[in-house]
Design a protein around this ligand. Structure first.
Ligand SMILES: [Zn+2]
Length: 74
């Protein structure tokens, strides 16, 4: 049995978070997942890895910080 991997995706439009299970398949598969909130296509796959068990997850920023610092690596 090939291992499964949990992958987190964030909607680029509304920032909704989703987790999916990634699993290697013996033959090529393709599919896609659209955001349940704004219907933006979050991810499309084609190949030996299938993504299933999509669940909405809350992406909670760390308390005490409204937004992560940006631009500090320049
Ligand atoms: Zn969305």
């Amino acid at each position: 049995m090939s291992p499964t991997v949990t992958v987190i995706f964030i909607c680029s439009k509304c920032s909704a978070g989703y987790q999916a299970t990634q699993k290697e398949r013996p033959e090529k598969v393709s599919g896609s997942f659209n955001c349940e909130v704004c219907q933006t296509k979050i991810y499309a796959w084609s190949g030996l890895y299938a993504y299933f068990d999509w669940q909405a997850v809350e992406i909670i920023p760390k308390p005490g910080r409204e937004t992560p610092p940006s631009g500090r690596f320049r």
